[in-house]
Design a protein around this ligand. Structure first.
Ligand code: DGL
Length: 277
């Protein structure tokens, strides 16, 4: 069993999960972290549940070799498809982004009409809806897949008229439903927060799963007696980054959104970490 000074394992299909890593750095600055981005096999949002489960199992095997004390599935799609399986298979605490966001959305809505935007796989899984029902049984949940937004965010078109137009089109259906709460259910969407805010309007509360899961992680570590007792200081020593492809591209995206410049990103062969059973 890893001790409280062990790192937290965080994984995503690629760069998007850095929005979660960034929140963990902000909210739990003393914690160490090992981040894995599956850049060779993204996007996950268009893949089948079984494929995402297989990929997630391999990543978890890799993170176990790093002796992590807990795992955060930063990817909404991987949370939707694989969290339940991974939780059943692992003795370590494992959390995903969906539950934390659903808990908050279920408590802030006043008219019980909640919108969720995400990848096609996340929306089709119905996992946000399932989680929201647990926290607010009156909630009516309206999902909308917004597949184009991942590419726009990765292109850096965060405040662009084209992005605005795309968000406007995607949100139209949800606006007809008079939602008062909108979950940004994809790792990339917090980067487009101001565009969502502009199009959805003042009356719609935006819920950012990246922020909420970092809060949940803090509660979890405290509850399990796993909070880090000492701050090792320098970000370069606390955080390790691994990818399955294109380390340099990952590095430059990371350096555009993280609070410090990453010095090293290592590429590994994730297929080697095939699960036994
Ligand atoms: N990380 C994914 C998510 O949050 C978005 C990118 C992808 O489709 O892989 O659902």
């Amino acid at each position: 069993m890893a001790g409280s000074n062990a790192p937290i394992g965080v994984f995503d299909s690629g760069v998007g999960g850095l929005t979660v890593a960034r929140e963990i750095m902000r909210q739990l600055p003393e914690e160490r972290m090992v981040y894995f981005g599956d850049t060779a096999r993204l996007p996950y949002g268009t893949k089948s549940k079984n494929t995402v489960i297989r990929f997630s199992r391999q990543i978890v095997r890799f993170l176990e070799t790093k002796h992590v004390k807990a795992i955060v599935i930063a990817c909404n799609t991987a949370t939707a498809c694989a969290l339940e399986e991974i939780q059943m298979e692992l003795a370590l605490p494992v959390i995903g982004v969906i539950d934390a966001a659903a808990r908050v959305a279920g408590s802030v809505t006043e008219n019980y009409r909640i919108g969720v935007v995400g990848t096609t796989a996340t929306i089709e899984s119905g996992m946000y809806e399932k989680a929201l029902r647990r926290y607010n049984e009156k909630a009516k949940v309206y999902g909308k897949a917004c597949p184009l937004l991942v590419s726009l965010a990765e292109e850096g078109w965060l405040h662009d008229t084209i992005t605005e137009e795309v968000v406007r089109r995607y949100l139209k259906d949800l606006q007809y439903k008079s939602i008062d709460t909108l979950i940004l259910g994809c790792t990339h969407y917090p980067l487009l927060r101001s565009t969502f805010h502009k199009i959805a309007g003042e009356d719609v509360t935006l819920v950012n799963p990246a922020y909420e899961v970092a809060m949940e992680l803090r509660e979890l570590l405290t509850r399990e007696g796993l909070s880090c007792g000492e701050d090792v200081g320098r970000a370069g020593e606390k955080y390790e980054f691994f990818v399955s492809d294109a380390a340099e591209k990952f590095c430059s995206f990371a350096n555009s959104i993280l609070p410090y410049d990453i010095e090293q990103v290592r590429q590994i062969d994730i297929e080697k970490f095939e699960a036994d059973g």
